[in-house]
Design a protein around this ligand. Structure first.
Ligand code: GTP
Ligand code: MG
Length: 621
C-alpha cells in the first residue's frame, strides 16, 4: 500500500516557479492573441474597402469571388442602402437616450450571464463520547450539513431575464460543520431564481447546452451544493474503534452560465420594417406597442394575447423588430430577435402592400430566413397583404395576392388592413385553427452537459497525470474526482492523510505514478495541495507545528466537572479543522439549530427547500 506524506508547510505556496512559468506562458499567448486579432479583425467597412481596392472592375473579379466565397463584391447600391439603415438605427439610438428608464425597452433583457455557486458542505467532526468511568468512549463526531443548491424556476408571470442583469453572482450558503455528540450540521439554504418560460441555459465557456425551462413551475438545478463531510462516527470499524478522521465538506459546484430567452408564442410576426407588424399586434391584442411611420420602431419583441373575436381569442402573438436584407449576416436589429420566433408554431409574414416591391420584400425575408436557420425557414407561414385601406394598394390587390400565392407556393394569403382592422378578426380566427392543427415538432433539446453534478459524481477513473521534462520530479494530477477528494481531506488528521493515500491507490494513480518513474520524495500536486510521493512510507508525516500546538493544549481546563459532557479529542475540543487562511487550528462552534441527516446521504432534489426570502428569489420587477 502506498502512503503519501503530506508536506504542510508547502501546501499553500506550492511550486511557485511552475506557476510563474505558467503565467509567463499565458501572458505570452495573450499578447500573441492580441496582436493576431489586431491583424485579422478589421472593422466591417474597412474590410469592404479592402475588397473594393483589390477587386475593382478587374476581369478576374468573378474568378476571385468564386475562389473566396466570403469576399463580398462591392455594390454601390447596397452600400448606400446599408448606410441609410445605419443612419436610421443611429436616429433610433439617439431617441432611445431620451426615453424614460421605465420604458419597456429598458426592461427587456433576453440574454444574461450569471455565475452560480452551490454552497460548500460543512466539515465533519472528530469527537469522542466521555462518560463517568470511561475516559474515551466511542466516536460521536457529527456530519457536516449539505451546502445549498442553486435552481432556476420557470415562472410564466415574467417575460424577461432582467432579474439576472442586476445580480451576476448567485451563491447558496454553506452547510454548517458537524459537532460532537453526534450532532450533524445544518443544511445550507437553497436559492431559486425565477426565469420566464423559454429560458435556455448553456455553460458559458463551452456554450454547451445544459437545458431549457418551458413549463410553469419547472425547475432546474444549476449548481449543486456540496455534500457534508462525514464525522469520525462514520469511520468506526471493528479494527479502528477510535478513528481520528473526518472529512471536509465537498465544495459546491460552480459555473458561469449563459442564459438566453426564447419567447414562447403561438404566432411569430415576420416582415420588413414598417410593414405594420406592431399595428397588427395593437389592433388584435391587449398589447399597445409603439407604432410609427419609420423603420425599426420596434426594438424589442412584444408579446400580446389576442382579444378580438371569439375564434382567435387567447392566441399568443409575438411581434419582433423588422428584418432587412443581410439580416442573416447580422444587419439590422432583427437577427438578434429571430430566435424568439423559433418556438412559435406558425409564422405570420406581414407584407406591406404600399411598398415599392411587395413581392421582392417577401422573397428577401424568406431568403434571409433560410440563411439564418433552415429550421425556421421550414416553419409554416401565413401571409398577409397589409394596408389594403390605401387606394393604391386596393388597385393592385388582386395582382399582388396572386403573385404572393405563387411566390409562397401555398394559398394561405389574406389581404388585411391592420390600421382599420379590416379582416383582422377573420385572420386571427384562421390563425388559431391553423396553429392548433400544427404538430409539435419542436424536439426537446439534448443536453450536452450536466450542471447537476458535483465533483464526486464524475467518473472516478477520469484523471490525468502531467509532467514537464523541465521540472523533473514534479507531477500534477488533474481530475474532478481526485481533486474533490483532496479538497475533502482534513490534512491535519494523519488518518485522513493515510486515507487519501489509499484513495490515490484505489483510483490507480499511485501505480501509474510508479510506472511512469516517480521516485520516492517526488513532488505530487493535486489541485492546491502538494505531497511528497513516498510509496514505502508507513507513518504519515505530521507537521511539527501541529504537534506543538497539540502539546500546548490542556484538555483538563476545557470542560467543567460535568463528566457526562461529551468532549472532543484533543486538541479539537468540539472537533476542528485547520484554517489555511490564518494557519490556525479552529474549533467548531455551537450553532443554534440542528438538522439531522441520514448517514448515507443521498441528494434528493425533491426535498430541496427553497428560500423565498428577501433578496434570494428575484422577481421581474
Ligand atoms: N394605411 C395603413 N397604414 C398602416 C397599416 N398598418 C400599419 N400602418 C402604418 O405603417 C407604419 C409602420 O407601422 P408599424 O406597425 O410601426 O410597422 P412595423 O412593421 O412594426 O415596423 P418596425 O417595428 O419598424 O419593424 C405606421 O405609420 C402605421 O400607422 C395599414 O393597415 N394601413
Ligand atoms: Mg414594429
Amino acid at each position: 500500500m502506498s502512503r503519501i506524506r503530506s508536506t504542510f508547510n508547502t501546501t499553500t505556496r506550492h511550486n511557485r516557479n511552475a506557476q510563474q512559468f505558467r503565467s509567463g506562458c499565458l501572458l505570452l499567448l495573450l499578447s500573441m492573441g492580441a496582436s493576431m486579432s489586431a491583424a485579422f479583425v478589421l472593422p466591417h467597412t474597412q474590410q469592404q474597402q479592402q475588397v473594393r481596392s483589390t477587386i475593382g472592375s478587374n476581369p478576374i473579379t468573378t474568378f476571385a469571388a468564386s475562389v473566396e466565397d466570403k469576399l463580398e463584391v462591392f455594390d454601390a447600391d447596397k452600400e448606400e442602402a446599408i448606410q441609410q439603415q445605419k443612419n436610421l438605427m443611429k436616429k433610433r439610438r439617439e431617441e432611445q437616450k431620451y426615453q424614460p428608464k421605465d420604458a419597456q425597452e429598458w426592461k427587456f433583457f433576453d440574454t444574461a450571464r450569471v455565475h452560480v455557486s452551490g454552497g460548500d458542505g460543512g466539515n465533519g467532526c472528530v469527537s469522542f463520547r466521555r462518560e463517568k468511568g470511561e475516559a474515551m468512549g466511542g466516536p460521536n463526531g457529527g456530519r457536516g450539513g449539505r451546502g445549498g443548491s442553486v435552481y432556476l424556476i420557470c415562472d410564466k408571470s415574467i417575460n424577461t431575464l432582467a432579474p439576472l442583469r442586476y445580480r451576476v453572482h448567485v451563491r447558496a450558503t454553506k452547510g454548517r460543520n458537524g459537532l460532537g455528540k453526534g450532532k450533524d450540521g445544518q443544511k445550507g439554504k437553497d436559492i431559486a431564481i425565477k426565469v420566464p418560460p423559454g429560458t435556455v441555459i448553456r455553460e458559458l465557456r463551452t456554450q454547451k447546452l445544459a437545458g431549457e425551462l418551458k413549463e410553469d413551475g419547472e425547475r432546474f438545478l444549476v449548481a449543486r451544493g456540496g455534500r457534508g463531510g462525514r464525522g469520525n462516527a462514520a469511520f468506526m470499524t471493528q479494527r479502528n474503534t477510535a478513528p481520528k478522521i473526518a472529512e471536509r465538506g465537498e465544495p459546491g459546484a460552480k459555473s458561469w452560465l449563459s442564459v438566453e430567452l426564447r419567447l414562447v408564442a403561438d404566432v411569430g410576426f415576420l416582415g420588413k420594417p414598417n410593414a405594420g407588424k406592431s399595428t397588427l399586434l395593437a389592433s388584435s391584442s391587449n398589447n399597445k406597442p409603439k407604432i410609427a411611420d419609420y423603420p425599426f420602431t420596434t426594438i424589442v419583441p412584444n408579446l400580446g394575447i389576442c382579444n378580438i373575436g371569439e375564434e382567435g381569442a387567447g392566441l399568443v402573438l409575438c411581434d419582433i423588430p423588422g428584418l432587412i436584407e443581410g439580416a442573416a449576416g447580422g444587419a439590422g436589429l432583427g437577427p438578434a430577435f429571430l430566435r424568439h420566433v423559433q418556438r412559435c408554431k406558425v409564422l405570420l409574414h406581414v407584407v406591406d402592400g404600399s411598398s415599392e416591391d411587395p413581392i421582392g420584400d417577401f422573397n428577401t425575408i424568406n431568403n434571409e430566413l433560410k440563411m439564418y436557420d433552415e429550421f425556421l425557414a421550414q416553419k409554416p407561414q401565413v401571409v398577409v397583404l397589409n394596408k389594403i385601406d390605401l387606394p393604391d394598394v386596393q388597385d393592385k390587390q388582386e395582382d399582388l395576392l396572386e403573385q404572393l400565392r405563387e411566390a409562397a407556393g401555398h394559398s394561405r394569403v389574406l389581404p388585411i388592413s391592420a390600421a382599420t382592422t379590416e379582416r383582422v378578426k377573420e385572420l386571427m380566427g384562421r390563425l388559431k385553427k391553423f396553429a392548433e392543427a400544427q404538430p409539435v415538432i419542436d424536439l426537446p433539446p439534448i443536453p450536452e452537459i450536466d450542471l447537476g453534478k458535483a465533483g464526486l459524481d464524475f467518473d472516478s477513473d477520469d484523471y490525468e497525470i502531467l509532467s514537464d521534462p523541465s521540472y523533473p520530479g514534479q507531477w500534477r494530477i488533474s481530475g474532478e474526482y481526485i481533486e474533490q477528494i483532496a479538497k475533502m481531506t482534513h490534512w491535519e488528521y494523519p488518518e485522513a492523510v493515510a486515507r487519501f493515500g489509499r484513495q490515490l491507490d484505489a483510483v490507480g494513480i499511485a501505480k501509474e505514478l510508479q510506472a511512469r518513474g516517480a521516485q520516492d520524495g517526488d513532488l505530487v500536486m493535486v489541485d492546491e495541495y502538494d505531497f511528497e510521493f513516498n510509496p514505502n512510507l508507513t507513518n504519515p508525516y505530521i507537521p511539527q507545528d501541529l504537534l506543538d500546538r497539540e502539546a500546548m493544549f490542556d484538555g483538563s481546563k476545557s470542560k467543567g466537572d460535568d463528566e457526562d459532557e461529551a468532549i472532543a479529542w484533543r486538541p479539537y475540543q468540539q472537533g476542528g479543522f485547520l484554517d489555511e487562511d490564518v494557519g490556525e487550528l479552529v474549533g467548531f462552534t455551537e450553532a443554534e439549530e440542528w438538522d439531522m441527516l441520514d448517514e448515507d446521504f443521498e441528494f434528493d432534489e425533491d426535498s430541496a427547500d427553497f428560500d423565498f426570502g428577501e433578496d434570494e428569489v428575484w422577481m421581474s420587477q
